[in-house]
Design a protein around this ligand. Structure first.
Ligand code: AMP
Length: 125
């Protein structure tokens, strides 16, 4: 079964310039922008420009150039935000997928969170 991508999702609209965003970094294949409802002092979303729903979709079907660009863009955002282990106190990356992952926007995004202690990874169910 192939992955279905809805090009009306809000991040696709951001990529087309139809709605604004606060850009942190733009590269050939990736865009990073601030989350509209930040949950930590650093809360940046990093998305590939390609039409990928989730990380497994991206890792399966993206080109090596896209994967390298995206991976490096995530690291560069961490550097720009001062949360790397070389310059700061660390961060958390989260990428939600599908209904069990409680993904709201069906375009791959990694949340980069930092700037304060973030607590345990998951609340107890
Ligand atoms: P997720 O639940 O992983 O799909 O997360 C979607 C994230 O997108 C949430 O943290 C929202 O606050 C964020 N979000 C929704 N709309 C926008 C927008 N227009 N600009 C920036 N962030 C957004």
């Amino acid at each position: 079964m192939s992955y279905a991508y809805d090009d009306q999702n809000i991040f696709a609209k951001i990529l087309r310039g139809e709605i604004p965003n606060t850009t942190v970094l733009e590269t050939e294949h990736s865009l990073a922008f601030r989350d509209l409802y930040p949950q930590a002092p650093t809360h940046v979303l990093v998305i590939p420009k390609g039409a990928y729903v989730s990380y497994d979709h991206f890792a399966t079907e993206a080109s090596e150039a896209e994967i390298v660009d995206y991976t490096r863009a995530i690291a560069e955002v961490c550097r720009l935000e001062g949360v790397t282990l070389t310059a700061g106190e660390g961060f958390r990356m989260i990428s939600n997928a599908g209904s069990h992952g409680v993904q709201e926007v069906p375009h791959l995004h990694v949340h980069i969170l930092g700037g304060r202690p973030l607590g345990r990874m998951l609340a107890k169910a």
